[in-house]
Design a protein around this ligand. Structure first.
Ligand code: ACM
Ligand code: ZN
Length: 564
């Protein structure tokens, strides 16, 4: 049984093309199995239909696709010349899809929303970039004949965003999700709390956003001891966060919220100073870096507070995984702030934690385990940054390896699941090339596009250990990123390279092929109105200088001094 999704008046459409030739295949991430034959199918005006059993979100995804085709081609889906049919195939895995293009029609099969969403993204990338835009463009809307059977290498394909150092509106966040969806990422890690700002409305604790969402200035360049004195901030209401959860879900993306604890908590301490070891007063941080002030582990009120925050958070975010942070609690400070706190001292004695270098880690393990138990009791699982491994991490936690690959390897070797996000390959706040003075001012580091692409998550891992690697994520911290134009410049096209690390089997990766597809991707991003870096084409910076010559480009790509 078919449901005709879009059937307008059946005017027969003619198109003048004697023998259309398949176009080149420039899909990122490259699908697992592609077999192209001769001929093509013209999607302009094609009827779009779906099996009866498609769920509402899949139907909505197909409907968005139909709208995109109609906008770009200017032709409603009247079905004059064949049909694009979306059918359910229960034999396919949830993220798998199959496409068959024949000269008289297209058959798309999947078993669930994500498969349909990815099939649509593949079809869109096979068409002229105008299908990503909002206007009619005269072009040949031809799909090459052939078959595609595709599925991802990793289940977890994440991209993180920091709305705390700089705040991103709901509309800007949706655009971020749009580009994630275009490249088949499926986890959005939303880092909602920081020393420099608390971004989540919590009804039980209104001062978190009345006080904690606002700072009295932002650092000027590398002078971390001074600031511009301008009040800065913002937060998301619970309705807005629900809107983001639904917008992401409709595109096959799960939002994983992060409440970073027990460190990175000064914004919360400014709102509720009784939660700190000294009682304050505290001020929402106007510096970058990490404050020494953290939640008091020995104060029961802290656990009541955290449970209250998580109760509201769980109501908004259905994700199985909740990120509880855990990074940089001690900020290189020894003795740790907990060492001089009577309440923390009493708890350590009660727990039998002996003074010494391990004490602070064991106390952090206690905090992590309390929150883990609480979230487990609500049917959720925790992710923590790799510092949570220090001491004795309780079973069932997932470790996010950011200080390198070692944390992930150690975690996986000990039987924990791990997500790889090593800074050397996955920190998109780093500069993109050698010509730093021409790039927008940044935090430092150096992460050119080919290096992102070169990342192999199993490197250094023994067989068996690999099974604990859930996937890969890149992180985008925003200390020095204050505009959407700059945010997108840092994100793209590095996220496209990331998408191949996440999606493609090792043998399907090929930087030259990827690079050759980038021009098509740049046109897609242009159509979406999204900014990107052209460093890989020799055009550095937001204001780009003339392109390198081919010879200069060869020399650039051959460079070995990229601080890898
Ligand atoms: C981190 O970059 N502090 C996780
Ligand atoms: Zn304390």
């Amino acid at each position: 049984m078919k449901r005709i999704l879009l059937l307008m008046s059946a005017a027969l459409l003619s198109f003048a093309c004697s023998k259309p030739q398949p176009q080149e295949f420039h899909v990122i991430p490259m699908p697992a199995d592609v077999s192209l034959t001769q001929g093509s199918f013209n999607v302009a005006g094609a009827l779009i239909s779906c099996d009866e059993g498609l769920d509402e979100r899949s139907l909505a995804a197909v409907s968005r696709f139909a709208d995109a085709l109609k906008t770009a081609t200017g032709k409603p889906c009247t079905g004059g010349k064949g049909e694009i049919h979306f059918g359910i195939n229960p034999n396919l895995a949830a993220e798998q899809y199959f496409i068959e293009v024949k000269e008289d029609g297209v058959n798309v099969e999947a078993s669930a929303l994500n498969g349909f969403v990815y099939a649509i993204e593949t079809l869109k990338q096979m068409l002229p970039p105008a299908v990503y835009g909002n206007k009619k463009v005269k072009a040949q809307y031809l799909l090459p004949c052939g078959t595609i059977l595709d599925q991802p290498r990793f289940d977890y394909r994440g991209m993180h965003l920091d709305p705390c150092r700089h705040f991103w509106s709901i509309e800007e966040t949706k655009r971020y999700l749009d580009v994630m969806a275009a490249y088949k990422l499926n986890r959005f890690h939303w880092h909602l709390t920081e020393d420099q700002g608390w971004r989540m409305e919590v009804k039980k604790y209104p001062r978190l956003t009345e006080v904690g969402a606002w700072r009295n200035g932002t650092v000027i360049r590398k002078d971390w001891d001074s600031n511009d004195g301008i009040r800065y901030g913002g937060f998301y209401t619970q309705d807005q966060m629900r809107e983001i959860v639904e917008y992401a879900a409709a595109r096959g993306i799960t939002v994983i919220p992060e409440i970073d604890l027990p460190g990175h908590m000064v914004a919360a301490l400014a709102a509720y100073p009784e939660l700190g070891c000294t009682g304050g007063p505290y001020e929402v941080w106007t510096r970058w870096g990490v404050s020494n002030e953290i939640l008091c582990a020995g104060n029961e009120q802290v656990y009541t507070f955290l449970e209250g925050v998580f109760d509201e958070l769980l109501d908004i975010f259905p994700s199985q995984y909740i990120h509880i942070g855990g990074d940089e609690c001690f900020n290189g400070v020894d003795p740790a702030p907990w060492d001089s706190c009577p309440k923390c001292g009493a708890l350590m004695r009660k727990l039998g934690i002996k003074p010494g270098p391990q004490a602070k880690h064991l106390l952090q393990n206690y905090v992590t385990a309390r929150i883990q138990d609480y979230l487990n009791s609500k049917g959720r699982k925790i992710i923590g940054w790799d510092e949570v491994l220090q001491g004795n991490l309780a079973k069932g936690a997932t470790v996010m390896s950011w200080r390198g690959v070692e944390g992930g390897i150690e975690a996986a070797s000990k039987g924990f699941d791990a997500i790889m996000t090593p800074s050397g390959f996955c920190y998109f706040d780093y500069y993109q090339g050698q010509e730093r003075d021409k790039e927008p001012f940044g935090i430092g580091g150096n992460l050119p596009l080919p290096k992102v692409y070169s990342y192999e998550p199993y490197d250094g891992m023994a067989p068996g250990v690999e099974d604990h690697i859930l996937g890969v994520q890149a992180n985008l911290w925003t200390e020095y990123i204050a505009s959407p134009e700059h945010l997108e410049y840092m994100l793209l096209p590095r996220m496209c390279a990331l998408s191949e690390v996440q999606w493609c089997a090792r043998e399907n990766k090929d930087y030259k092929r990827f690079d050759a597809s980038l021009d098509h991707t740049f046109e897609i991003l242009d159509a979406m109105g999204v900014n990107y870096s052209l460093d890989c084409r020799g055009l550095v910076g937001l204001e780009r200088k003339p392109a390198r010559s081919e010879a200069e480009m060869e020399e650039y790509l051959a460079k070995k001094d990229w601080n890898w």
